[in-house]
Every structure is written in C-alpha cells, then in structure tokens.
Ligand binder design. Sequence first.
Ligand SMILES: [Zn+2]
Length: 191
Amino acid sequence: MNHQRRHTRHIRKSGVTFEAGQGVENKDLAKEFSAVAREVWGPIIDKITLHARVGSDRPHMAALVSKGGHGGRRLIGTHLCRAKREYTLEVKLEFMSLTPEQRRKIMVHEAVHIGCGTHNSTFQKICTDHGGAVCMNALNKDVEYAIQTKPKEGRTRFKDLKVFSVRGEAMAYGKSYSNEHRNLRVRIQTR
Ligand SMILES: [Zn+2]
C-alpha cells in the first residue's frame, strides 16, 4: 500500500501523465528484466534503474512505465544512446504463471520499448533479433536461431549451417565459427 502511494506520487512529480503505481514491487522479476534488457541493449542498461511490479490491472499483459531523463531520440541505428532514468515493468498477475520462455519473450518486447516508443520496423527488428514477441500472437511460436554462412566472394545466398533454440548458444557458435572461417560471412537469423 505504502509502496503504491509513493510510486504514484513520484511519477506525478516528474510530470508524466500516465497512471502508474499498480501492483506490488517484485525485486526478483526486476533482476530478471534487467538481465533481459542488458542482453538487448548492452552495458548502458547498468546506468538505468529497472523496477518490476506484479498485479497490474492494465489491459495488457505487460507495460513499461518510465520517468526522468530525455524524451528525444534514443537510438543511433539500433544502439541505445540515451534513456530515461528509471523504468518500471508492470505485469498482470497471469504473467507469473506463464512459462519462462513466454515470460522472456514479453520481457524482450518491453525491454525494446526502452529504446523504441512505438512498434515501428526498428522495434520489430530488435525484438525478433533477441527472440522477443512482436505481438501477443507471437507468444506461443517457438523461436529458432539459425547460423548461416556464405562465401565473402561471389553472389551466393546465405545457407543454414546450424539451427539453435537458445540465442546465447547460437551467438557463441557463430562467433567461434566466424573466427575460424575468415573467408565466410557468418550471420544469425531469427525466425
Ligand atoms: Zn509494445
């Protein structure tokens, strides 16, 4: 109760117009969300405070609420160059009974919102690159990460080398394969 009131007041003070302060603070979820956000945006995330609250009565399964900092351009290409000071991930109670993979897909989606306010093409690219759900319909679809190669010379197409279901494993494989095969272009394709 106290938490809720304090949170709402802070947000009002910062001049942000949304209604916030719903749900109960959950530090474990905040930790989980921070790890996901760091995977998406890199070490810049360490400069931002991320909170999480469970039990929101918003219409969506999850929402990202922010306060402080700049409202201007946040991306250079697909790199986050600045962000607001604090973000809160607010999720409905049902979120906690989703599978870890479903939760991750939603958290990637919300983490991408730190850099992209809308669901534009940049948002969609970053989101799918990290195995996030672009929309709720994508939640139950399995994501595959294919490591693909093609010769640096000539006009051949990329071909699948190996397919993974865990992004980190695909990235590690792709990196070491690329180091050992300097004559090849190696890329990761999410689908
Ligand atoms: Zn969204």
